[in-house]
Design a protein around this ligand. Sequence first.
Ligand code: DGL
Length: 281
Amino acid sequence: MLGIFDSGFGGLTILKGILKELPEYDFMYLGDNARVPYGGRSPETVLGFSKEAVDFLFGRKCELIIFACNTASAQALREIQQKYLPQKYPGKNVLGVIRPTVEEAAKITKNKRIGVLATEGTVASESFVKELARQDKKIKVFQQAAPLLVPIVEAGEVGWRGTDLILNKYLKPLLGKRIDTLILGCTHYPVLKGKIRKIVGKNVKVVSQDEIIGRKLREYLGRHFEYEKKLSKKGQRIFYTTDYSPRFARLAKLFLGEEAEIEKVIFPALVRGKNKKLPTV
Ligand code: DGL
């Protein structure tokens, strides 16, 4: 079983992309909807929540976990990989979305000027800046925190014309830096990529994680047979959320798309209260 963790619904955009590439694998998704958003929280808090998610997913037979959440990838992954896993889960691994995203962006850029749109926490961590420097020291990175975008997407207001105004506000400073590549460094932004591509125009290539993480994961599994051989392949999908609200069905469809089926959604042990089985979306 492959575990996918996100702070909430947003990671479903990443899962959707992964399912296109790896439909035969079994997936368990955990969205921490009770505590979303992570984007404005301290690194210590994000690390604590992320460890709980790791415990939850490894406790339910996941062999490998992907942090779909950029904020968790930026603020918690390194500590989890270097300290938590060797102590508690030797032989298991957790992967993030930042490294594969920067690999792609570094390949695409011609003028070596890359923009990053992300949550405040991700921007403050400088994870994209550090990882891009590892790819190529000559790359110049320009970051823009976009705290208003997650609430807009969660509220289902992607079509609202105010969204264009807000996108312009965030994108204009990056365009002013003559970037030729823009990284969408947050799970929610693939939902806005059509609008973003229109605003930035043809001369700026937009790197959207829903389009690349699946392929990168397939390549990773090709190189790491030690994990691949342990993964079950019955096309099973299990969804967990730490909170259920009437928004869930609507947003799950928005993020995941029509074609994927949600088999079950139950409250995990992360929050107190009785487990509850919820209807298929
Ligand atoms: N999943 C988060 C990310 O990709 C966005 C939502 C949040 O702030 O928790 O950064």
